[in-house]
Structures are given as C-alpha cells and as structure tokens.
Design a protein around this ligand. Structure first.
Ligand SMILES: Nc1nc2c(c(=O)[nH]1)N[C@@H](CN(C=O)c1ccc(C(=O)N[C@@H](CCC(=O)O)C(=O)O)cc1)CN2
Length: 285
C-alpha cells in the first residue's frame, strides 16, 4: 500500500490565501505588516532562502525590509542593524538568517532581537513563554508540523507521538507544542542517547523525524498505521557528483506508512507559511 501524502506545499498555498485576506483587513485599519530579514555574507543557499521569504511576502501583501551585510561584517555592524529593526515601527517581525559567519556571536545576535519582533519564535524569552504556556510568537517549523497535521485531521489528542531529535529549533519545542492542552498528545522525545529507537517509533501513532541523519527512519521501524513526518533536510553529494537535499526518512517508508509528510514539499513550505503567519499576528496585535 502507498501512504497518503500530506501535502505541505498545497496547504501552505491555502494558508497564504487566508493571510491575504487578513492583510487586506489590516490595510483597512491603515496597517501594512512588515517582515525584516538580516543576511550576512553571500552564501547562495541562505540568499535563496531569504529571496524566497521576500517572494512569499510579496504574494500576500507583507512589506519587505531587507538588510544585507558583507561576510566580514563586524559584530558591531550586525548589532547596529538589529537595533535599527528593533526600533523600526514598520517592521512587525524579522529574522536573522542562519547560519551566521563563524566570527560572529550567534547567541548574542539572536538574544538582542526584541522578543516581540522575533518572527522565527526562537528567542529564549519566546521559548520560555512556550514552556510556561504564555502567548508569544511560536517557532515556525514545530508550528508548521502541528498545523499541517491539524488540517489533515490527524488525531493528536491522546495519540502517542515519537519525536526523533531534541534540537532547539524543532524537536524540543515541538514536544512542548504537542503536549499543550489544545493538542494533548503524549510525546516521547528520542535522541542520540535513546537505547532502542525502533521500540519507541514502532509504538507511535505519529513519528516526527528531525535528526539531520539521512534515511534514519526505515520501514521496519514503524507500525503500518503510523503517520510519518520528515523534517530532515541534509545536503548530500550524489553518485553523479551533484548536490541534492535528502530527508531523514527512507523513501521505502512511503510504501508502508499510513501517511507521510514528504521532503521536499512538506514541512519546508509550512515553515515559510508560519513565518508569514507570525508577522501578520504581530501586526494584528
Ligand atoms: N533564521 C532562520 N534561519 C534558517 C532557518 C530558519 O527557519 N530561520 N531555516 C533554514 C533555512 N530555511 C529558511 O530560512 C529553509 C529551508 C528549507 C526550506 C524548504 O522549503 N525546503 C524545501 C526543500 C529544499 C528546497 O527545495 O530548497 C522543502 O522542504 O520542500 C525553507 C526554508 C536555515 N536557516
């Protein structure tokens, strides 16, 4: 049997349609939501992601505020751009594109973002708000995973969810989101210290893999009713010498699971849609 595909690209397109309506309602109140991006250096991958964010903004009517610095920018130059966006009333939310060049202090930069303008939802204050159940911008990838499952009516209430990976951007905050009263899932957070990973994934109704290990989840590690979400995205060099992206889920799982969120076309587009959602929500407040 072939798994049902939970289509992140199509769902993200629907969310963007909904956001267009909310942006029009804001315009009637004289408000144009603005997303800022800070890009340091000329890494082609990062440039492409930032370009994508601004294309998304144009599609839904969000204003773009783009700041670019050279790869040898000093810490003080980056701090100054962050301070400028913190103070800019036209900027409702912004992101600093990661990774930053190695000579810069990433933690210092991220902590100097105004938590109320943190469009990525990854500022320590916002992760703290998530722990405490307070309102605040939510991290985009975990929010995108939950939103995609919700829109496909995947039951989470009482479900056993195995999250593979305890990173601060996906695994750990996703565990917190799924265990909120509104979701009420039971989460097992698996990581490199987990003794028998397959025992946990086999017992799960939903398996989310965010480990950054290509092909980590194989079809013998899931039950046939499982919904599998691939959050992994690793650049590998193929036998033809060309670079390509690969997920954490072995392609064979698409033949054995009940449903899959693929990579590409799954969590990536949802992450982008949640970034826009965070900015529109900031503007609506
Ligand atoms: N400040 C941030 N920096 C980075 C983030 C982030 O969320 N905030 N994430 C990544 C890069 N990224 C967005 O910035 C990103 C990566 C991948 C995708 C995506 O849609 N991927 C496709 C597949 C790959 C492709 O075709 O290019 C997919 O999953 O379908 C979107 C955004 C690091 N930096």
């Amino acid at each position: 049997m072939t798994a049902k595909v939970l289509d992140g690209k199509a769902t993200a397109a629907t969310i963007k349609d909904e956001l267009r309506t909310r942006v029009k309602a804001l315009a009637e109140r004289g408000i144009t939501p603005g997303l800022g991006t800070v890009l340091v250096g000329a890494d082609p991958g990062s440039q492409a992601y930032v370009d994508g964010k601004h294309r998304d903004c144009a599609e839904v009517g969000i204003a773009s505020i783009r700041r670019e610095l050279p790869a040898d920018a000093t810490q003080e130059q980056v701090d100054a751009v962050v301070a400028e966006l913190n103070a800019d009333p036209a900027c409702h939310g912004y992101i600093v594109q990661l990774p930053l060049p190695a000579h810069l202090d990433t933690q210092r930069v991220l902590e100097s973002i105004d938590p109320d303008k943190d469009a990525d939802g990854l500022h320590p204050v916002n992760l703290g708000r998530l722990v405490l159940g307070y309102d605040g911008p939510l991290p985009c990838t975990p929010r995108g995973v939950v939103e995609l499952l919700r829109r496909y009516d995947v039951p989470l209430r009482g479900a056993n969810v195995a999250v593979v990976g305890r990173g601060n951007t996906v695994g750990r905050p996703l565990g917190l989101l799924l265990t909120r009263r509104s979701e009420n899932a039971t989460v097992t957070l698996c990581h490199t210290g987990t003794l028998d990973l397959a025992a946990h994934t086999r017992a799960a109704d939903v398996v989310v893999v965010a480990a950054g290990v290509p092909g980590l989840l194989t079809s013998d590690m899931i039950n046939p009713d499982a919904v599998v979400v691939d959050v992994g995205i690793t650049r590998v060099i193929g036998s033809d010498g060309k670079g390509r992206y690969t997920g954490d889920v072995d392609p064979e799982v698409a033949q054995t699971a009940a449903a899959v969120v693929p990579m590409p076309g799954g969590v990536g587009p949802m992450t982008r849609a949640m970034l826009l959602t965070n900015v529109v929500e900031r503007a609506e407040r």
